[in-house]
Design a protein around this ligand. Structure first.
Ligand code: NAP
Length: 332
């Protein structure tokens, strides 16, 4: 009888705190038609995975499950009807069938993208959710254009650092905020022309001053429940706020939108139509190849410490991306 292959994976048997993330030995999945099996070397941890783990999200998986959409590694097996990938190709994942918090992840071929040679696995693990969200927020929802001014409200974390790099590369004037000195330094290093401390009550006035009183054209908002009311007062005419993150309710004055012909546009990445998602990843791979996109890694932890990673990702003082590792390998 053939021996059943197994692998290590994080499993969640009941929704709850970070302690429900348990490392277990599970059967290794096998790719079917149109699927690939990726040997994961680094896994990206996103806030949404903490909401799902806690059972507090609109769409919840059946229990038990392995969390995660993002990661990077090497293709180990290719199913039938897959022409674009071969064994040993380095890839990053943007979605997965079996979950990425594991040594191996089963993915549809459309969920994996080539990782250029100059990019590490840890950096690849920062791409799927944060960079795709930042790109969609800035360009497909926010219609940000070169020579406009964008405020990345929360520029120190996974999505924020991505938005700063993308906007800077596209020729926008970029303002970024953070809530720690390290975060402010990071936002500036990643390309923000000016940085502001979102802990300071007067940072809205300071941003307005920096535009000479004109206001900003686009706001990429990572914490709308705190900021949306004031965001509307610092928009230029025709300005857009793209709501990417929010953790509660907020009061706004609708007149602030009227005076400016302003728009508030929400988004969640899973709503992206497949052809728009494909164009996002084509642009992201090009940005990795030409070096304009350089994911900033804040912390790396072993896979077994997924619970600790979930605690850290919800703390303030963000500094780039939090990544889980299943190996020390940087590249083949
Ligand atoms: P992250 O890496 O933990 O970063 C969180 C960011 O929020 C940090 O830059 C943090 O700054 C900032 N922040 C904290 N207090 C703030 C304030 N008062 N005003 C503005 N920003 C503030 O998380 P992430 O992966 O970038 O995700 C950020 C948010 O977007 C989360 O709520 C996440 O759920 C959401 N998100 C939504 C989508 C979508 O499809 N809509 C996709 C991805 C993420 P400091 O720590 O420096 O204070």
């Amino acid at each position: 009888m053939r021996e059943l292959k197994t692998m290590k994976a994080i499993r969640v048997h009941q929704f709850g705190g970070p302690e429900v993330l348990q490392l277990e030995q599970v059967p290794t999945p096998q790719p079917g038609p149109g699927e690939v099996l990726v040997r994961m070397h680094a896994i990206g941890v996103n806030p949404v995975e903490t909401y799902i783990r806690a059972g507090k999200y609109a769409r919840l998986p059946d229990l038990p499950y392995t969390p995660g959409n993002d990661g990077a590694g090497v293709i180990e097996h290719v199913g039938s009807n897959v022409n674009e990938f071969k064994r040993d190709h380095c890839v990053y994942t943007a979605g997965s069938i079996s979950g990425t918090y594991a040594e191996r992840a089963l993915c549809k071929a459309a969920q994996v993208h080539r990782l250029p040679p100059n990019v590490s696995f840890a950096q690849g693990a920062a791409m799927g959710t944060p960079y795709a969200t930042a790109y969609r927020g800035l360009f497909q929802r926010g219609h940000a254009k070169p020579d406009e001014t964008v405020l990345v409200h929360g520029a120190s974390g996974g999505v924020g650092t991505a938005a700063v790099q993308l906007a800077r590369a596209r020729g926008l004037r970029v303002f970024g905020t953070a809530g720690s000195d390290e975060g402010l330094k990071l936002a500036r290093e990643e390309g923000a022309h000016e940085v502001f401390d979102h802990r300071a009550d007067d940072h809205f006035a300071e941003i307005m001053k920096a535009t000479g009183g004109r206001g900003v054209d686009v706001i990429v908002e990572l914490l709308a429940n705190v900021n949306l009311g004031n965001d509307l007062t610092i928009l230029a005419k025709g300005g857009r706020v793209v709501v990417i993150g929010s953790r509660g309710r907020v009061e706004i004055d609708p007149r602030d939108t009227m005076q400016r012909d302003a728009d508030v546009r929400g988004m969640v990445l899973p709503n992206t139509p497949p052809e728009e998602l494909a164009s996002i990843h084509a642009a992201l791979v090009a940005g990795l190849e030409n070096g304009t996109l350089r994911p900033a890694i804040g912390k790396e932890l072993p896979l077994a410490e997924a619970g600790e990673a979930h605690r850290i990702v919800m703390e303030s003082g963000a500094f780039g991306k939090i990544v889980l590792r299943t190996s020390e390998k940087e590249k083949v």
